[in-house]
Design a protein around this ligand. Sequence first.
Ligand code: ATP
Ligand code: MG
Length: 404
Amino acid sequence: MKASNFLLKTQKELPHDADSINASFLVRAGYVQKLLSGVYALLPLGLRVYRKIENIIREEMNDIGGQELLMNALQPRELWEETGRWEEIKDIMYRVSDDLGLAPTHEEQITDIVRKKISSYKDLPLSLYQIQVKFRNEPRAKSGLLRGREFMMKDMYSFHTNEEDFEKYYSEVTEAYKRVFSRLGLQAKVVVADGGIFSKHSHEFQVLCPTGEDTIFICSNCDFAVNKEIAEVKDGDKCPNCNGTIKEERSIEVGNIFPLKNKFSKTMNAKYLDNQGAEKEIIMGCYGIGLTRALATLVEIYFDQQNSKMPWPKSVAPFAVQIISLNKDDEAEKLYNELLDKKFEVLYDDRLISAGEKFADADLIGAPVRIIISEKSLAAGGAEIDMIGGKEIVEFSKVTEKLI
Ligand code: ATP
Ligand code: MG
């Protein structure tokens, strides 16, 4: 991609109504554009990062047998009346008319699909997921993409003949979630939390962050971690599981998994016939990850405000390589084409702007490898490659080899 053809428009000034680190960075650096409170468009730069997040999640869900489908934003009232949620969550669900609403989550629709498709124990277990837009009338949509009123979620639902099989899968999902967050460059803790209207307890994946809206208590020594909303410990207490000390921390909830058991199958009559021909309720779990929230969390964690730099983890950076030419466009163009041929995700800043502006923008794009071609680098024998581990001059013919 050439920067001259790319929608790359950074603003010098912070947007005046930015309420959070993530929104001010993402808007200023041209990753997203705000339409209204809690509603953001992903611009080409933001979409590139978003797609990386999406693909990592998709790979990990496929790896544990998840089958992808795509459900709908527009929902019929009668389906939600079956579970009583048309009334129960009316404050959060946008209603577009008397008999239609926009889905804040999809337990009703997925259970409806499964009850119509599944009849026998031979059809189970089953795990279905989607990566889809959700709508929630959030009263506090003030944290940029951390809390959208329209946002992207991966929601997976699993269906089992018995609790034992469900529990086994629930642990597999827990491990898959740990892999997702570690690949995204986020250190997520598994935290015991309230299960809300779904279950007694749930498990949240929380990333420690001073700007987070959640408060959790974690042990300094072991894996003990609990959300403040159900905590029976406080800061400074001795850990109930070991000799460690409990610490209070702020955090961001990036994922949440729930043992639904028969909560939906009972009310929605989702049954299967067991091997004796007896009718049984399907046992379910549900598993969410906020994709746009994960994107915002990366910014909250990694953005270096002081130096105006966004060092994205390699796995999610919008470009793998950025070429900056300082009046040496022929050599830069040649290297750019070579890297494109080798399928590198490369951005070549060929714009007619100052070196300072190019470097400032490169800091906001945060490609893990930066190649500078200048009078000075040519005199030293090639291109200057700047990546984690330091800078060095590399002969043109050796650049691609160096990057692999
Ligand atoms: P919160 O407590 O932060 O309001 P929640 O517990 O209501 O979130 P879930 O229903 O558990 O959210 O949704 C699954 C995941 O979707 C969350 O873990 C979070 O990552 C993401 N998510 C939820 N609400 C939002 C939102 N308004 N904007 C962006 N992501 C969200
Ligand atoms: Mg939650």
